[in-house]
Structure formats: C-alpha cells, structure tokens
Design a binder for this molecule. Structure first.
Ligand SMILES: [Zn+2]
Length: 395
C-alpha cells in the first residue's frame, strides 16, 4: 500500500481536501481517502502540489497527429480546413502510424486516461488497441447533400464495426455547416436508439453563424469553390447551434452531446440550446482556438449559465501539444477568476461523464483506478497554475 499526501487532494467532483491522504495499492486502486492526522507522517509519501484523478480529453483527432507544425497559425478556420483536406496524401501510412503512436504516448505521459477521439478512418485503431488510454471513438460523418444520407451511414457502419473491442463507438456529425439536416437527424436517431453519445463542432468561427443567418460568407464561397450544390439550403435565419439541435427528434433530445469549441457562442445561444436539449456538454479547446482563430470563448458566459464544461486538446494539426494541463493554464491566464478546483473538475469528472466513463474515471472513488496525477509548481497560496506548472502520473 502507498499513502500519498499533497497540499491538496482533488477528488474530481469539486471537493478539494487540504493535506488529504490517498491510500492506494500497487495497481493504483484507491483503498481509502483519508485526512491529515489519520496516519503517522513516517508512513506517508508527501508531495508539494495537488493530487487529482487522471485527465479526460473530450476532443482530439489522433489521425491528424502527423500534421504537427504543418499548418500556419492564426489564419482562421477556413484557411485551416484548406490545409487539412489535401494533407493525407502527402504522407505515407507508416508516417501517420508513427505520429499517432507518439501522440498516444504523449497523452499518456501528460496524465490523460480517457479521450473522445474523432475518427474519419480506421488508421488510429491499431495504436488504440494497445489500450494505454481508453478511447471513445466518434465516427465522424459529413455530407451537406441530403441525397447522400444512406451512403454516408452505411460507410460509417463499416468503420464503426472496426473499432477495437471494449472501446466506446458512436456516430458524430462533423458540424452544422457540413451535415445536412436529414443526415443530422439520422445520426442522432441511430445514436439514441443504441444509447450512444455524440459530438459536434460548434461555432468555431464567425462565418458559421453568417451561413445560417443569411446563407452568405466564407462557407457559401467554400461550397462554390468545391463545386458542391447547396441550392437545397434555405438559411433558417438563426444561429447554427439552434438549427442543428432542432434537427433532432423531440424524443431523442437526450443523447449526451458534446459541443466542441463554442468560440462564437453567445449567452442567448447557450440559453436556447439548454432549453432544447437535456444533456449537453460544452467542450473548450482553447489552445486550438488561439492557433486557428486567435480568439477564445467567453468562459464566463458558460459559468454564469451553470452548464457542464469539459476540456479537449483538439489535434496536433492545431495545437503544439496534447496536454490538458496546458489547456487549463490558457483558460486560467485568460480568466484568473475561475477557481483551480473548478478547472480540475472540468478536466476530470465532467469529461468522464461526457464520455460515459464515470464508472471508472474522473473521480477518486474507493475500488476504482482513475489514474492518479501530481500537479507540481502550483502557486498554492493563490491556487493559480504557473507557466511552469507540470503534471506527472503517479499511477
Ligand atoms: Zn475537432
């Protein structure tokens, strides 16, 4: 047995115990959560910093790991998409696999125990099957042409059945501007009938709302450039999120749904979305937002609305590292009023609920092995992360 003590023990679901003691076995299974004084000091291993459960990364694209450093920064989402679309042909499958293996190892080292990963192909499955990390695989579907629904769903099913056993798998619509209402509905119904969860990119750039409000702007131009006919599309004159959620059948508004990015989401969007849908999770990927759009979501709006917030890294195409602690640093730097214990809850318990892994991860609970992290070099007095705060995995 190990008895671990630090300045603070974060249990995942908000509670933070000063000088808390964690009793764990050799496998990292939690046997007891104790308070200072319950054990003599000579029995303890004492750390400076915070102990917390393993991090849950609710948004990543492992497949894009080979693109580290390839895309110029701060040029906007449309320019980013134009770099990603042709990129896969530029590298061999071996190079892709090597980059995925390195990214998987990097996340493990950075204390990530579970990931919501977007898959467009089966390329990442062999590496995931090593099971260093738990992956929920969001099989991403997209097509803005309503006549493609059956074809896209059948191709998706072929990929879905390839997901390694023991991992979560479900369909995920890419984004409101790239998925027809008919496909959106079909995906949601498919997931609802099988008790699965989904994710969708949301309001990552201003052009997305313009497309739905007026039918003009960068997305309309992109479709024209790609030669895709969108004459069937009549702008609904509302923001993209409201329109997307309205496509789901009323009885199926309960599929746990991760909304990714939310950079241009307003207080009104949040209120409307929460009124339409019962189980939304709002995922922030701040370093990717800075990389692509050079803008961050207004975190305070989401805290004021008391919604469920999670944290993601996005991919190495739009981030310099796959590290949840780095994301938390960016959020806290932008808004130092957000308490560190709340940020850690977003990164552990909330993320785990979003991925449906809360039976194993996200919280310090007796008999569980959630992964045990040590965060060091923290400004303990003010409970702030510092630029050089670091995370390591004890279990
Ligand atoms: Zn993404």
């Amino acid at each position: 047995m190990y008895k671990l003590q630090a300045n603070f023990l974060h249990l995942g679901d908000k509670e933070m115990i000063p000088n808390g003691i964690l009793v764990v076995d050799h496998w990292g299974e939690i046997r007891e959560i104790a308070h200072q004084g319950q054990y003599p000091s000579e029995e303890l291993t004492v750390y400076e910093g915070i102990l917390c459960p393993g991090f849950v990364n609710t948004h990543c694209h492992l497949e894009l790991s080979f693109m580290r450093g390839m895309v110029p920064e701060k040029t906007g989402l449309l320019d980013f998409i134009s770099h990603v679309i042709p990129s896969r042909e530029a590298v061999t499958e071996e190079e892709q696999l090597l980059a995925i293996a390195e990214a998987d190892q990097e996340m493990y080292k950075n204390g990530i125990v579970a990931v919501g990963d977007i898959s467009n192909t089966e390329t990442s499955f062999a590496i995931k099957a090593r099971r260093r990390i738990y992956y929920h695989n969001f099989i991403e579907l997209l097509s803005f042409s309503p006549q493609n629904v059956d074809k896209v769903i059948s191709e998706g099913v072929l990929l879905l059945v390839e997901v390694p056993n023991g991992f979560g798998a479900s369909f995920a619509p890419h984004a409101p501007y790239s998925v027809s209402p008919e496909l959106m509905q079909e995906i949601n119904t498919y997931n609802a009938q099988r008790g699965r969860r989904q994710s969708i990119h949301n309001q990552e750039c201003a052009a997305e709302n313009e497309f739905f409000q007026k039918g003009t702007g960068a997305f309309a131009e992109l479709y024209q450039k790609l030669g895709i006919d969108i004459s069937h599309f009549t702008p609904p004159q509302c923001n993209s999120l409201e329109f997307a959620l309205a496509q789901f059948d009323k009885e199926y508004q309960t599929v746990p749904t991760l909304l990714i990015h939310n950079t241009y989401t307003t207080a009104e969007d949040i209120e409307k979305a929460e009124a339409i849908h019962d189980e939304l999770y709002w995922c922030f990927c701040p370093n990717a937002n800075l990389y692509i759009e050079d803008r961050l979501p207004n975190f305070q709006l989401f805290r004021d609305a008391n919604v469920r917030i999670t944290v993601g890294t996005d991919s190495l195409a739009s981030n310099h590292q796959l590290c949840i602690l780095s994301e938390l640093k960016t959020i806290q730097q932008a808004d130092p009023t957000i308490p560190l214990e709340e940020l850690l809850t977003w990164a552990t318990w909330n993320g785990s609920n979003a991925l449906g892994t809360h039976y194993e991860f996200g919280r310090m609970e007796l008999g569980k092995r959630p992964g045990i992290l040590l965060i060091e070099d923290v400004d303990i007095e003010n409970m702030l992360l510092k630029a050089n705060s670091s995370v390591s995995r004890l279990f």
